[in-house]
Design a protein around this ligand. Structure first.
Ligand SMILES: Nc1ncnc2c1ncn2[C@@H]1O[C@H](COP(=O)(O)OP(=O)(O)OP(=O)(O)O)[C@@H](O)[C@H]1O
Ligand SMILES: [Mg+2]
Length: 259
């Protein structure tokens, strides 16, 4: 079996048709790897939530999902965003299959306990069953995964997509986990930080350099490295060929284990 490459797309990249077509074409040419795509779509979730009158709430960059918003998450991530990605990938010749955390018990999760939030539908992954993903990859399919999950009581849970990508990368012992977002890498004073380890990234969080959605991203990246994923890179995607540049370490931020 080929080594696994997990690409998580988020921010504006997850819904920008022109960029996605380029990125998916790059992926179709990354034939040395068994590729898996994980996507977020937080901006679209927030936009529809607000139209429906929900106030998005975040703590340390993590969306605190109410039961009403969970319905929005299912509709936007498992519906619109996932379906559009599968159609786009199919259009350029990839054998794409859309999956969520509940499919084939890919992710088992539990609801987070959050102070002052009675029925929090934000979840945390407890276990990852990769058998369906392995089966699809061995037959040349590209799994396109959204991070809705379920609790043992059958209720839906919203897991941060960076965490889903991390859990999958660790369980598949992936060679590379690549976080693609709408930034060129982890930035400090407008410059990309080339390399970060756990101690350095916690210092940058304390200093306020790393904030919002970048907090769960760097922490999940660091966990992936310490739990056996080969390489973890955080970067942006702007034009054709950027995937190879990121994989070659020519752009973005590499998260390493301090040695
Ligand atoms: N030091 C930093 N460097 C780069 N981006 C940062 C930094 N600190 C905070 N950010 C913010 O983090 C954002 C990326 O996280 P965000 O959760 O918004 O995107 P994503 O994880 O790619 O998408 P999604 O959450 O939809 O999956 C950037 O757009 C930026 O606004
Ligand atoms: Mg995010």
């Amino acid at each position: 079996m080929k080594p696994y490459l997990i690409v998580k797309i988020g921010g504006a990249v997850a819904t920008d048709t022109q960029l996605l077509q380029k990125l998916l074409t790059d992926l179709s040419q990354a034939t040395d790897y068994a590729c898996v795509l994980v996507h977020g779509g937080g901006k679209e979730v927030t936009a529809l939530s607000e139209r429906l009158g929900y106030q998005a709430e975040f703590r340390s960059g993590l969306r605190i999902t109410s039961p009403g918003e969970m319905e929005v998450v299912d509709m936007v991530l498992g519906g619109k965003v996932n379906i559009s990605l599968v159609r786009m990938a199919t259009q350029i010749g990839l054998k794409a299959v859309g999956l969520g955390g509940q499919d084939g018990k890919l992710f088992s999760a539990k609801a987070l306990t959050v102070d002052g939030v009675p029925d929090c539908r934000t979840g945390q992954i407890l276990a990852c069953d990769t058998s369906l993903v392995r089966l699809l990859c061995s037959e040349g399919y590209l799994p396109i995964i959204h991070s809705t999950c379920m609790a043992t009581d059958g209720q839906g849970l919203n897991v941060n997509a960076d965490e889903a990508a991390q859990a999958l990368a660790v369980a598949l012992e992936a060679e590379v986990l690549l976080y693609v977002s709408d930034i060129r890498g982890v930035l400090k004073n407008g410059q990309v930080i080339a390399r970060l380890d756990e101690e350095a990234l916690e210092n940058e969080i304390d200093a306020g350099v790393i904030s919002g959605g970048m907090i769960p991203k760097v922490r999940n990246a660091s966990e992936a490295v310490s739990e056996g994923c080969g390489r973890v890179i955080i970067g942006g995607y702007q034009s054709t060929g950027d995937l190879s540049r990121l994989l070659a370490g020519e752009s973005g931020t590499t998260i390493h284990d301090g040695v």
